[in-house]
Ligand binder design. Sequence first.
Ligand SMILES: [Zn+2]
Length: 459
Amino acid sequence: MTLIASRVDSDIETLTSQLQQLIRVPSVSAKKQLTMTKCAELVGKIMSDSGISSELLKLDGNSKQVSPIVYGEVKSKSNPNGKTILFYNHYDVQPAEPIELWHDDPFSGKIDGNFIYGRGASDDKGELITRIKAVAYFLNETGDVPCNVKFLVEGEEEIGSSHLEQYLWKYREKFSCDATIWEFGYIDEHERPIISLGMKGLLCVELHAKCANADLHSSLAALVENPAWRLVHALKTIRDENGKIKIKNWNNDIRDFSHEELECIRQEEFDLPSFKKNYGLTHVFNENDIEETKKANVGGVTSNISGLFSGYIGEGSKTVLPSIAMAKLDFRLVPDMMPQKQFQLLREHLDNNGFKDIQLKFLSGEPACRIPLNDNFVKLVVASAIEEYGQVVKSVSSAGTGPMWYFNNILGCPCVSFGCTYKYSRIHSPNEFVRIDLLKRTTRCIGIIMEKFGNTVAN
Ligand SMILES: [Zn+2]
């Protein structure tokens, strides 16, 4: 039991009312609203009111469009040379649209029984408040914190954390730490925390095919190449019908799973029938081999067409031979693939298959990251979560992408996902909520993690 356990129960109203204040500032990063800075300032104020020294960090030069990072810090008085934990969170949220599907104002922070509703209630303002309050409760209860604590709260997570790498390089001394608790963590339907140890990487590209210098009468198709066909032929060379990528050397840099990782994947649950039912699917790749399905989910590469455009798609027919066709593709990457190198392989693949004329544009890239299961900090978080929740689920990697690689490589720290987000709390959807019981339990558990971390010997 953590020292702050009784404080969490007696003072939960402060936590919930501060979370409501945060939800009431609509910090939608996609809309580049003026309220972004207002929300950053509110995070800083809640930190200061909680005894955490805070400041807003900015990038140099012409960076008005870049949301500030809120930095927070508390040094342990009793353990100043001990280890430092960094909490990574974000104050920006997804757009609330479609608004008409919400039961209440998405930015009201309405409390109904055990639930607080609102955009950002779980993702990520709920997660953030559990961490701030765990620190605040220690300071209230003991006048100190068991380990050194830092906060990095960014404002661009929901739009791809596009300036985070620059921030990490610029302020790497300030952010230096021994371990990072990642911005999110899920609680499954059996009330078990899912402790996730990695994120896949991503490469986003655009392909353009161009033929004639203007849209033509389609009778000319007897003579003139159609860019939509050209693009379809090129796309067909990239992936086969079972999802396998056909680009030469594409998988060369993939790191094999360790024995521990394979064992962890075997133990992960995957309910294939309900997965198919939920998404209305008749089949999934490799569905006769559930091990392969699970491996692909946490550690498989993908090639996904996220957009296709050419010609006329309005009502009725139009006999046009379009002059351009374009496609957007995203490729999920796994350790140790690097986006720029994979981009070069894709370019070479197109050239070698007779598609030199297809223009290829690099849109964005992020490498994948995976923290080893036998890392000491992973063990510490697992032990802490078991103490509070009784049981945990370990996951080798999330199927999604986040900037974990930059933390791991620039700050040199392990990163572990652990948090309060109920798996079905409708993040990114209408009527997002957070459960108050999980806010409490997770705050207590963050307390346990801090105590255990304070007791470990610094390197
Ligand atoms: Zn999100």
